[in-house]
Design a protein around this ligand. Structure first.
Ligand code: NAD
Ligand code: LMR
Length: 328
């Protein structure tokens, strides 16, 4: 029996993500938590004739505890989205506290759940989560994930378009680093099937993948950021976790993890000098089983992109850690 929880379930991502989870054969129980409207979203979804039992909770009456108790996987899209002109880091002041408080709930009520963080800035909210879990003595790095799947989805879509291929889903393209602007590093040289894209097209493709979020923010003209593509990407990642839990093997997703806690992660850490990094991670019943260190295989051009990403990520990670442990 699998219980999934969505924290931030009434939002632009939360609602379509909850719908996809309600449709999934891997979910038996679906608990929707938000500070507004979650009982209504739950009532609506509960009429769909699939097996998952849906319940909705607000903060009143210990709603967070009720939602989280017994959870196997908790997905967090709670928090404010960007408006045009903002960076993801501009969301830190509000979203850092939201994530801290939700993770505190997880530490208390569902400490062995898989935790998938969507709330931005992911480069900082995941380190915040790790520090909160450490404080409570329940940090399992194999079960904490920053969701960077949308970058992979964009890489597949935009690369197929440049390469003139009709079906983007045939592509497997690693996207490493973090989840904001030039911390996002698509490794087109490792694409399967292979693509030959020369500059200036390569440079503009990389830029489009790195700044795809801005494209949506601008198109929505102040009404938020990516929600539907994110719900798809978030669901893809949750389902990969649930398939791995169900015993399926060979499942690999790119995700932002605490490197030292996962087998093979120290090899990446020794190159990047960073505690957290998005890399291809093999998933198993206990979570992140193995990090694949693909960094030695990248092209000279991609090495340059990575150097830029390391600098931005170091600052973002430190900001998250300092938020919990206190700045020196
Ligand atoms: P939204 O404003 O539509 O929804 C956010 C929801 O969070 C709202 O329903 C709100 O009530 C709820 N919320 C606020 N505080 C809460 C709390 N303490 N507990 C529970 N719920 C709470 O925003 P959105 O478009 O769904 O985006 C949500 C977050 O996801 C943003 O931070 C956005 O930047 C981020 N995001 C990340 C990615 C990614 O690739 N990781 C992609 C898109 C968006
Ligand atoms: C995205 O990549 O679409 C999200 O991180 C939302 C944003 O702020 O761009």
């Amino acid at each position: 029996m699998v219980k999934a929880v969505v924290a931030g379930a009434s939002g632009g991502i939360g609602q379509p993500l909850s719908l996809l989870l309600k449709l999934s054969p891997y979910v038996d129980e679906l608990a929707l938590y938000d500070v507004v409207a979650s009982p209504g979203v739950a009532a609506d979804l509960s009429h769909i004739s699939t097996k998952a039992k849906v319940t909705g909770y607000l903060p009143a009456d210990d709603g967070l505890k009720a939602a989280l108790t017994g959870a196997d996987v908790v997905v967090i899209p709670a928090g404010i989205p960007r408006k045009p002109g903002m960076t993801r880091d501009d969301l830190f002041n509000i979203n850092a506290g939201i994530v801290r408080d939700l993770i505190t709930g997880i530490a208390l009520y569902s400490p062995s759940a898989f935790i998938l963080i969507i709330s931005n800035p992911v480069n900082s909210t995941v380190p915040i989560a790790a520090e909160v879990l450490k404080k409570h003595g329940v940090f399992d790095p194999k079960k904490l994930f920053g969701v960077t799947t949308l970058d992979v989805v964009r890489a597949e879509t935009f690369t197929a378009s440049v390469a003139g291929k009709p079906d983007p889903s045939v592509f497997k393209i690693p996207v490493v680093g973090g989840h904001s602007g030039d911390t996002i590093v698509p490794l087109l040289s490792l694409s399967e099937p292979k693509v030959e894209i020369a500059d200036p097209d390569r440079a503009s493709l990389v830029n489009r993948i790195q700044f795809g979020g801005d494209e949506v923010v601008q198109a929505k003209e102040g009404k938020g950021s990516a929600t539907l593509s994110m719900a798809h990407a978030g669901f893809r990642f949750v389902e990969s976790i649930l398939k791995a839990v169900a015993g399926e093997t060979g499942i690999v997703e790119n995700t932002f993890v605490y490197l030292s806690g996962v087998s093979g992660g120290d090899d990446v850490k020794s190159i990047t000098g960073l505690d957290f990094f998005s890399v291809p991670v093999e998933l198993g019943p206990s979570g992140a089983v193995k990090v694949t260190n693909i960094l030695p295989q990248v092209s000279e051009y991609e090495k340059g992109l990575l150097e830029v990403a390391y600098t931005g990520l170091a600052a973002n990670i430190k900001k998250g850690v300092d938020f919990i442990v206190g700045a020196p």
